[in-house]
Ligand binder design. Structure first.
Ligand SMILES: Nc1ncnc2c1ncn2[C@@H]1O[C@@H]2COP(=O)(O)O[C@H]2[C@H]1O
Length: 1001
C-alpha cells in the first residue's frame, strides 16, 4: 500500500488515474492537520500535488526569492532559517523546525517574496503544489486552510524569529517602549477570532444597506471600509444582546486587537467615531472576496455564538486598549476603569488606594506574541517592573539555566530597580501571546520605591533561595540599596553580592559586602568560596559560542570576581593567603588578566593581590621558625626564639608553642606543638610521655584553674595552651578521675613577675607602657578570631591564640591590681597604691586604652579591695569621687550603656573593652540560629560583623603617643610586661581579711 501511493504520486499529475488520486488522498488524510480539509480539497491536492523525496541539507527556497510552490510535510523535518541582515549572512538564525503535518510557503498567495530560507534537516517527503493550483483550492476552502496555516504557525512559532523552545533564546522583543493601541497585540488572529470576524464581515457584506463600502479618501480608493459609528450602529441593530454603544465599540476593539479589523491608516484603536475601519482580508485584493449564499448561511449559523463571545471579550479589549494609550490621553473615566482593575491584582494588593490611583495613569499594557522572546537579559540595566497577566515566563540565570517559571499574577524585575543593580536574571517568555503590565523605572521610583513590600523572596526550583527585606531609612543615610539580605543559600548570597555590590556599585554605606567578607567562613568554607568564584571566573571556558551580550556579561563578571578577591584579601589578610587554593586562584586570575585585554581595567587590583601575596609569603619564609612559650608560672605567652625584630608578632597556626602538661600526681612533661594542634593529639602525646598506660578514649585533657574549677577540652579543640586562664594548668587525666584532680599548690600563689616598688615608677609612664604593650597585643588579633572563639575552639579548626593572649592580659591587669593592694601590709602603702591605681586608670582612659581602664577599675572594685574601708577612708575625697565616676562608666546595667555612649564619641586609635565585644558576639550567636529553614540567617551574620567592624574601627588609625621621660623607661617597660597576680578569689579575700579583719558586730 505504501509503495502504491508513492508510485501514484511519482506520476505526473496529468498521468494519474482515479485510483491514484484515491490512494494519494488516503495518504493525505492520515496527516494532521491536512485531514481537516474536506474530501474534495484533498482530492484536488491529490490530483495536482507533486511528490518530493529529498536528501538532508537541500535548500527548497531562499529568503527574498519569488515563491512558486506551497508545501506540506509528509515525512522528515526541515529548518526555517532567517538572515537578519547582509552582515549576518554567514550566521543565519534557525527560526523553527517543521515536522510532519506542517505547511509552508503560503506567501505565494500574496505574491510576496519568501521571508525566510527553508532547508531539509533530515531526508524529507513533501507534497508540493503549484501557485495557481493552490490558489484555486484555497479560494474554495479559505477558512479551513487559513486555520491550518495559523495552527502550523502557532505550533512552530514560525516567523517568530526564534525556535518555540525557549532553550536558547536569541531574540529581543520589538521595542515595547511606546505601545500603540492602534496595532494588534498578537501576530496573527486566533482561529476563533478569525471565524467571528469572518461571520461579521460576511453578514455586513450581505446587508443591502451595508456600511462596508469602497470609499474614496483623499483621492485614494479604500475598499470595503466603514466608519466606526456605523459599525457600532450596525452591531446594535444586529443583536438585542448588545445594549450600549460602548459594548459594541469594545466588541470591534476585540477584533481590532487581534488584527482581524484595523483602522485604514493603522493610526487609531476602535473608536465610536467617524474613523474608517476595514477587515484585514480586504487590505489585500488577493484575499478580499465576496460572500456566497452558502457563506451567508454559515455566518448566520455562527453569529449568535460569535456575538456573545465578542461581548465577553469587549471589556477586556477596551481595558487593554486604554492601558496602551499614553498617560495624557487617558480620560478620567478610563483612569477609573484601570483603577478598578488594579484592585484585583495580587501583586499590588499591599499598596494603598491612593498609590493604585497614581499607578492607573502610568501603568502600561504590553503583549508579546512569541514564546522564546527575551524580555531582558541578566546584567541589563533595569528599566521596568512587570506583572504577568497572562502566560508564563522562565527566569534564566547564567550557568544555571531556568531556575523558576513565573505565571499569571506573579511579578518580576523589581530587584534591579530598587537596588539600582543590573538584572539578576534573564526573562524569557514561555508561551505565545503573553500579556504583561509594566511600570517604568521613573514612575516606579516616584510612586513605589518607598512603599514597596517589606519582604522579597526569590525562588529557584520552587524553593526560597534569597529573602530580602526592605531597609528602614536611617537618618543621614542614603544607601542606594533598599533591600538587605535576610537569609539565603550560600551560593545565592554570593551571586547576589557579585551582581549587586561590585563593579561600580560599591557603596561605603552598604554593609552587605563587608558582612559577607567578615563572616563567610561560617556558612561557606574557603575552599567552596574559591571554587564558586573560579566557576564564575572560568564560565566561558567550555562555551565558545557566545552572543555579544553574553560576552559582555561574562567579562563583567570576571572583573567582579577579581574585585571581590581584592576586597576579600584586604579583609581576610593572612587567613586567606595561608590557603593554597586562594594563592593558586590569584595566579590563575593574573594569567588571564595578562592575556586578555578586555580585563585590563583590573590590572591594578591583580597587581595589588600579587604584591600582597608575595609580601606575605616572604614574611612567612622569614618567620617560619617562630616559637612561642607559655612559661610554667602563669607568665604571659612570649616569643621563645626566632625573629624578634618586630614587637607586633602575630601568632600563626603553624607556629610552635612550648608548654607543660601535668598529671594527677603533679608530675609534668614539656611539649612543643604547632598552635593548630588538637587536644586529642596533645592528650595522646602527653599520656605517652607521662606513661599513663590508658587508651586515648579513657583520657581527657583538662584545665585546672587556681580555684580548682575544671574545664575539659573537646578532642578537636585547638589553640589549647593559649586558652588557659591566668594561673590555670593543663592536665591529662583519666576521664573518671577528673573530679579528683587538684591544682598545684603554686597556682594559689601569684604568677611570677618582676618585684619592684611601684612608688618609684611614674604613673603616667606606667599607663603609657601598658597602652603601648596592649596596643601591640590588640593589633595582631584578627577580627576572625572573634568568630572562631564565639563558635568554639573546635568549630573552624582555626586558632584564637592572639585573641586568647589579649584576653589573658585583661585578667592579668585586673588581678595584678588586687594582688598588689592585698599584698601591701602597711596602710600607708595601700593608700598610696589606691591613689596610684586610680590615677593609672585615669591615664589609661586618657590614652583611649579602655581595656586596661576597665581592668584596673574592675580590680579596684573587686570585693577583696572594696571591702578595705579603712584604706578607702584615707584617700582624698577627690580620688574617691573620680573613682565613683569610673565605676559609673563600667556599670554593666542597660547593656553597658554608659560605656557605649562614652566610647561612641571617641576617635580611633582606641583599645576597646574586649570582653564586651565577646559578649556581643556570644549574644548574637546564642540568640539567633545560624540556619533558618535551610537558609543562612544573614541577619545574624550582619550582627556579628557589626561587632567585628567595631574592632576594625578601633584600629583604623595607629597609635602614636608622646614618649614619657626617659629616666624610668627600662624599669617601667619590663615591669608591665609580666605582672604578679593571684587569680584565686578565695586567696585574695583571705589576704584582704588579714589586713582589715571584718569587725564582729
Ligand atoms: N531565583 C531568582 N534569582 C534572580 N531573580 C529572580 C529569581 N526568581 C525570580 N527572579 C526575578 O527575575 C528578575 C530579573 O530582574 P531583576 O533583577 O530586576 O528582578 C528579578 C526577580 O524579580
Amino acid at each position: 500500500m505504501a509503495m502504491e501511493w508513492i508510485t501514484a504520486m511519482d506520476k505526473r499529475p496529468c498521468d494519474r488515474n482515479l485510483r491514484d488520486v484515491e490512494l494519494i488522498s488516503c495518504r493525505l488524510r492520515r496527516v494532521e492537520p491536512l485531514c481537516r480539509l474536506p474530501s474534495s480539497a484533498l482530492q484536488q491536492l491529490a490530483m495536482c500535488g507533486f511528490y518530493e523525496d529529498l536528501e538532508k541539507g537541500v535548500t527548497l527556497f531562499r529568503a527574498g526569492e519569488q515563491g512558486r510552490f506551497w508545501y506540506a510535510v509528509l515525512g522528515g523535518s526541515l529548518e526555517v532559517r532567517y538572515h537578519a541582515s547582509d552582515a549576518d549572512a554567514k550566521a543565519p538564525v534557525t527560526l523553527c523546525t517543521l515536522g510532519v503535518g506542517a505547511t509552508f510557503g503560503e506567501s505565494i498567495l500574496h505574491d510576496l517574496p519568501r521571508d525566510s530560507t527553508v532547508v531539509t534537516k533530515t531526508t524529507c517527503e513533501l507534497l508540493r503544489v503549484e501557485q495557481q493550483d493552490f490558489r484555486l483550492i484555497w479560494e474554495k476552502n479559505k477558512e479551513l486552510i487559513n486555520d491550518i496555516i495559523t495552527t502550523c504557525k502557532l505550533k512552530n512559532g514560525f516567523g517568530s524569529g526564534v525556535s518555540p523552545v525557549a532553550s536558547s533564546p536569541t531574540k529581543r522583543p520589538l521595542s515595547p517602549d511606546h505601545p500603540n493601541p492602534a496595532l494588534p497585540i498578537s501576530e496573527s488572529p486566533s482561529p476563533a477570532m478569525n471565524r467571528m470576524g469572518w461571520a461579521l464581515r460576511t453578514l455586513l457584506l450581505a446587508d443591502s444597506s451595508s456600511c462596508l463600502k469602497d470609499r474614496k479618501v483623499a483621492g485614494k480608493l479604500i475598499r470595503k471600509c466603514a466608519p466606526g459609528t456605523e459599525l457600532v450602529d450596525w452591531l446594535l441593530n444586529l443583536s438585542p444582546i448588545v445594549h450600549t454603544r460602548a459594548q459594541a465599540a469594545g466588541m470591534w476593539q476585540a477584533l481590532l486587537e487581534e488584527g482581524v479589523l484595523s483602522h485604514v491608516n493603522k493610526e487609531q484603536p476602535f473608536k465610536d467615531k467617524c474613523f474608517l475601519y476595514r477587515f484585514r482580508v480586504d487590505e489585500d485584493s488577493a484575499t478580499s472576496s465576496y460572500s456566497t449564499s452558502e457563506d451567508i448561511n454559515t455566518a448566520n449559523e455562527h453569529i449568535r455564538e460569535s456575538i456573545s463571545a465578542l461581548l465577553q471579550r469587549g471589556p477586556d479589549a477596551t481595558l487593554r486598549m486604554i492601558l496602551r494609550k499614553p498617560s495624557h490621553e487617558r480620560t478620567p473615566e478610563e483612569l477609573e476603569l484601570i483603577f478598578e482593575e488594579l484592585l484585583h491584582i495580587t501583586a499590588l494588593s499591599h499598596l494603598s488606594t491612593s498609590i493604585k490611583r497614581e499607578l492607573s495613569s502610568i501603568i502600561v499594557f504590553e503583549s508579546h506574541a512569541q514564546a522564546g522572546t527575551i524580555l531582558f537579559n541578566q546584567g541589563d540595566e533595569g528599566r521596568s517592573w512587570y506583572i504577568l497577566l497572562k502566560g508564563s515566563v522562565d527566569v534564566v540565570i547564567h550557568g544555571k539555566g531556568t531556575v523558576a517559571t513565573l505565571k499569571n499574577g506573579d511579578d518580576f524585575g523589581k530587584l534591579a530597580l530598587i537596588n539600582d543593580a543590573p538584572r539578576a536574571a534573564t526573562i524569557v517568555l514561555k508561551e505565545n501571546n503573553c500579556h504583561l503590565l509594566r511600570v517604568d523605572k521613573e514612575h516606579f521610583n516616584r510612586i513605589l520605591r518607598d512603599v514597596e513590600a517589606n519582604t522579597l523572596r526569590l525562588q529557584e526550583h520552587g524553593k526560597d533561595v534569597l529573602v530580602l527585606e526592605r531597609v528602614a531609612k536611617q537618618r543621614g543615610q542614603h544607601s542606594a540599596f533598599k533591600y538587605t539580605v535576610m537569609s539565603g543559600t550560600p551560593s545565592k548570597i554570593l551571586e547576589h553580592l557579585l551582581e549587586t555590590r561590585l563593579g561600580n556599585q560599591v557603596s561605603s554605606l552598604d554593609p552587605f559586602l563587608d558582612d559577607f567578607l567578615l563572616t563567610n567562613m561560617v556558612f561557606m568554607p574557603v575552599i567552596q568560596l574559591v571554587d564558586e568564584l573560579a566557576n564564575y571566573f572560568h564560565c566561558d571556558v567550555n562555551d565558545a559560542a557566545q552572543t555579544p551580550e553574553d560576552r559582555e556579561y561574562i567579562i563583567n563578571f570576571k572583573k567582579r570576581v577579581i574585585q571581590f578577591m581584592h576586597k576579600w584579601v584586604l579583609v581576610a589578610r593572612h587567613t586567606a593567603l595561608d590557603e593554597p587554593c586562594v594563592c593558586d586562584f590569584i595566579e590563575e586570575m593574573a594569567l588571564e588578566v595578562e592575556a586578555n585585554p578586555e580585563l585590563s581595567e583590573e590590572t591594578s587590583n591583580i597587581h595589588n593581590l600579587l604584591t600582597q601575596k608575595a609580601r606575605y609569603q616572604e614574611d612567612r619564609k622569614q618567620n617560619s621558625a617562630q616559637k612561642w612559650k607559655l612559661p610554667p608560672n602563669g607568665q604571659p605567652v612570649c616569643l621563645f626564639s626566632g625573629n624578634t625584630t618586630s614587637s607586633r608578632n602575630t601568632m600563626h597556626p603553624d607556629d610552635d608553642i612550648i608548654f607543660r602538661v601535668y598529671c594527677a600526681d603533679h608530675t609534668y612533661c614539656t611539649l612543643r606543638f604547632p598552635l593548630h594542634t588538637t587536644a586529642e593529639i596533645i592528650k595522646a602525646c602527653a599520656a605517652e610521655k607521662l606513661q599513663l598506660n590508658r587508651g586515648a578514649e579513657d583520657l581527657v585533657l583538662v584545665e585546672v584553674k587556681s580555684n580548682g574549677e575544671r574545664a575539659v577540652f573537646k578532642d578537636n579543640d585547638v589553640s589549647i595552651p593559649t586558652g588557659l586562664s591566668l594561673n590555670g594548668r593543663l592536665f591529662v587525666t583519666v576521664k573518671d578521675h577528673v573530679d579528683a584532680v587538684t591544682p598545684l599548690p603554686e597556682q594559689e600563689g601569684p604568677t611570677e613577675g618582676i618585684d619592684i616598688d611601684l612608688e618609684i615608677l611614674s604613673t603616667k609612664d606606667l599607663a603609657f607602657y601598658i597602652t603601648i604593650y596592649d596596643w601591640d597585643l590588640f593589633w595582631v588579633v584578627h577580627e576572625y578570631e572573634l568568630l572562631y572563639r564565639t563558635f568554639g575552639r573546635h568549630h573552624f579548626g582555626k586558632i584564637t591564640a592572639n585573641l586568647d593572649v589579649f584576653l589573658r592580659r585583661f585578667n592579668e591587669l585586673q588581678y595584678w591590681i588586687v594582688t598588689d593592694i592585698v599584698s601591701a601590709s602597711s596602710m600607708s602603702k595601700r593608700v598610696g597604691l589606691l591613689r596610684k591605681f586610680i590615677k593609672l586608670a585615669a591615664y589609661c582612659k586618657e590614652y583611649n586604652n579602655l581595656n586596661a581602664f576597665f581592668a584596673i577599675v574592675m580590680g579596684l572594685s573587686n570585693m577583696a579591695v572594696s571591702r578595705l574601708t579603712q584604706t578607702w577612708d584615707k584617700i582624698p575625697s577627690k580620688f574617691r569621687k573620680l573613682f565613683q565616676e569610673f565605676e559609673a562608666l563600667i556599670d554593666p546595667s542597660r547593656n553597658h550603656r554608659a560605656y557605649r555612649v562614652y566610647v561612641g564619641k571617641l576617635q580611633p586609635p582606641l583599645i576597646p573593652f574586649m570582653p564586651l565585644l565577646l559578649k556581643d558576639m556570644t549574644f548574637a550567636h546564642e540568640g539567633n540560629k545560624t540556619s533558618l529553614d535551610g537558609l543562612v540567617n544573614f541577619e545574624k551574620m550582619h550582627m556579628m560583623a557589626q561587632t567585628m567592624r567595631t574592632m576594625r574601627y578601633c584600629r583604623s588609625r595607629t597609635i602614636s603617643l608622646d614618649p614619657p621621660s626617659p629616666k624610668s623607661e627600662g624599669d617601667a617597660r619590663s615591669y608591665i610586661c609580666c605582672l604578679r597576680s593571684i587569680d584565686n578569689q578565695r586567696v585574695l579575700t583571705a589576704m584582704s581579711q588579714k589586713l582589715e579583719p571584718t569587725r564582729k558586730v
